[in-house]
Design a protein around this ligand. Structure first.
Ligand code: PLP
Length: 392
């Protein structure tokens, strides 16, 4: 059955403004069901958690439902879902609690800086995994010599947020586990682009951000609750010491958490299906991935055949994310030109700080990123290609 793109698009009110939203890698739009869930939570009345009255009980239920939804999305356990404002904040919190002076951490130059700096700033000895600047691949073999008996954590992305590269995380995780190290997998870019199974990836920690998959600005890190029991983050004396609350500082954005659950339900129902929510998510996200990659073939081939365009990376396994420059124009000028034509793309290093350094374009403004998510259609791709072609 073909992906029901028209039906899916119709659920997103913002898409009716006439723009081609190719900026999903920086944040997606929200379907009406998510907007409704958030506003309904506020309209119905919510309280802080743990109180004696119904509005507080509603917040208790919202938090529990959100943990269950995120666990379904990534194949984790609800009691191991840590919720917070965004991935960066949660990763800093966890990194400080996990690694420190005397440990070794392995980070990669493929990663978004949010899975690099929190580890390099722990005081641990840092080992770097290098990227092939031409293909954009992260060779696995190098991890054999990077990982040793003092390695505490191997931090690696499940997909590059600029090149789309999907490294062989299971193989890297196997090497890490053989040495007794933990894996911290950044799934922020990968999660919206296909089915996720954090156990298959070998992720001890899997980080994701709901605003990249049609939800509000909420981050989550998922781990085995038994592993979380062994970690002691900084926390208030007065706050809960149970897992996962131990890792959650301050008061949560309860209404937004209801939006996260609605976003997971939305992802699970993009194609008709039966079975548990987890089963429907796997089927729906597989269909979305197929849809994205078919469109991406047109997009990337179109860019690669334009003589005035330089496309970065050619990874074998990737998300539908293109990163390119147009000769004679800065990335910002390209983005401004496309914006005038009603096409939203991102320009810059996109926080892929190390990778844009490896590509030699960080100081010159990076490049232009055009990425597809499930709600993009052929006309979005055609408008991008026409807009870039007109800059020759
Ligand atoms: C791959 C990747 N990792 C981490 C982040 C940071 O996520 P957050 O904004 O939730 O801190 C981003 C955000 O763009 C990202 O694309």
């Amino acid at each position: 059955m073909p992906f029901p793109i028209k039906t899916v698009r119709a659920t997103y009110p913002a898409l009716s403004d006439g723009y081609a939203y190719l900026d999903g890698a920086a944040g997606t739009q929200m379907p009406q069901s998510v907007i409704d869930a958030i506003s309904t939570a506020y309209r119905t009345g919510i309280g802080n958690v743990g109180g004696a009255f119904p509005a507080s009980h509603r917040s208790d239920a919202i938090v529990a439902a959100c943990r269950a939804a995120v666990a379904d999305l990534v194949g984790g356990h609800p009691d191991g879902v840590i919720l917070g404002p965004n991935m960066t904040t949660l990763t800093y919190r966890l990194a400080r609690a996990i690694a420190g002076p005397g440990d070794e951490v392995v980070v990669s130059r493929l990663d978004h800086d949010a899975n690099v700096r929190p580890w390099t700033q722990t005081g641990a000895t840092v080992r770097w995994a290098e990227v092939d600047p031409v293909t954009g691949e992260l060779p696995v073999e190098q991890y054999e010599s990077l990982i040793g008996e003092r390695t505490k954590v191997v931090a690696v992305t499940a997909a590059s947020n600029i090149l789309g590269t999907r490294p062989d995380v299971p193989a890297i995780a196997e090497l890490a586990h053989r040495a007794g190290a933990l894996t911290y997998v950044d799934g922020v870019h990968a999660t919206p682009h296909g089915p996720v199974d954090m156990r298959e990836l070998g992720a001890d920690f899997y980080a994701t951000s709901a605003y990249k998959w049609s939800g509000p600005h909420i981050g989550a890190v998922v781990a085995d609750p038994a592993l979380l029991e062994t970690i002691r983050p900084d926390k208030l004396a007065s706050s809960s010491d149970t897992v996962p609350e131990r890792f959650e500082t301050g008061t949560a954005a309860f209404a937004d958490l209801d939006g996260v659950t609605a976003a997971v339900d939305h992802l699970a129902s993009m194609v008709p299906g039966t079975g548990s929510r987890r089963e429907r998510l796997l089927a729906s996200m597989a269909a979305a991935e197929e849809h994205e990659l078919a469109l991406f073939q047109v997009l990337i081939e179109g860019l690669e055949t334009m003589p005035h365009v330089t496309v970065y990376g050619k990874p074998a396994r990737r998300t539908a994310t293109a990163y390119f420059n147009v000769s004679g124009h800065t990335p910002r000028q390209v983005a401004e030109h496309l914006a005038r034509l009603g096409v939203n793309v991102w320009n810059g290093h996109n926080y892929a700080w190390e990778l844009t350094g490896v590509l030699g374009i960080r100081e010159s403004g990076g490049a232009v990123r055009a990425g597809l998510v499930h709600y993009n259609d052929r006309s979005d791709v055609d408008r991008l290609l026409e807009g870039v072609a007109s800059m020759e």
